[in-house]
Design a binder for this molecule. Structure first.
Ligand code: ATP
Ligand code: MG
Length: 174
């Protein structure tokens, strides 16, 4: 199964991100991420043996132990890839907290023999894919405050019309 571990954003930030996404709809052609799918990927495992989910859940509990809720703010809009087919995202800023969490999780994964994408971590939530940002103006991103409290192991299913994420295990930071 296709797996990834993500930080879930607080409700007030999800609402602000939804508003930005709605404004993007009028300005930028492309594929919109449904607001229910907004998240910050901490580690992307990709295709993983389903028999190891329980082990992963335990590993995630261990990696998150000792972390308190992480204060986060929404930052600038940014993009990956070519301007006509960009991945468009909004930065999520945390004064190093999310970076430390991603690092702790990735170290545990490596230690447990799980492979994951080792590209450097950049805290962001994706708003659009295949976005043509070569013309028109992007909306001004809105700021919102809150704290990340939940870290979830998700299964991702790409087979249908829309990508479906299913939470398999959630750790509450306390
Ligand atoms: P779709 O691929 O249909 O556009 P998606 O990207 O939301 O949907 P996945 O590809 O399963 O679904 O990705 C799940 C999460 O992991 C997303 O946040 C995605 O950006 C991230 N991700 C996907 N592939 C990688 C990768 N190779 N390295 C790092 N993160 C990745
Ligand atoms: Mg993808």
């Amino acid at each position: 199964m296709r797996l990834f571990i993500a930080a879930e954003l607080p409700q007030e930030q999800l609402e602000v991100l939804s508003e930005t996404s709605a404004r993007l709809r009028d300005a930028v052609p492309g594929r919109y991420v449904p607001p229910s799918n907004f998240h910050v990927t901490l580690a992307f495992l990709g295709e993983t043996d389903g028999s190891r989910v329980a082990e992963l859940a335990e590993l995630l509990d261990d990696a998150c132990a000792g972390f308190e809720p992480i204060p986060v703010t929404l930052g600038a809009l940014g993009s990956f890839g070519k301007a006509r087919r960009a991945t468009l995202w909004q930065a999520v800023e945390s004064d190093g907290g999310l970076e430390a969490l991603a690092d702790a999780i990735r170290r545990r994964l490596a230690h447990g023999g799980f492979s994951y994408d080792e590209k450097g971590f950049l805290a962001h939530t994706t708003l659009m894919r295949s976005a043509d940002i070569s013309r028109g103006e992007l909306p001004m991103p809105q700021v919102a405050w809150g704290s990340v409290e939940d870290v979830t192991l998700f299964k991702s299913d790409l087979s249908g019309k829309h990508t479906v994420y299913t939470p398999l295990h959630t750790v509450r930071l306390a």
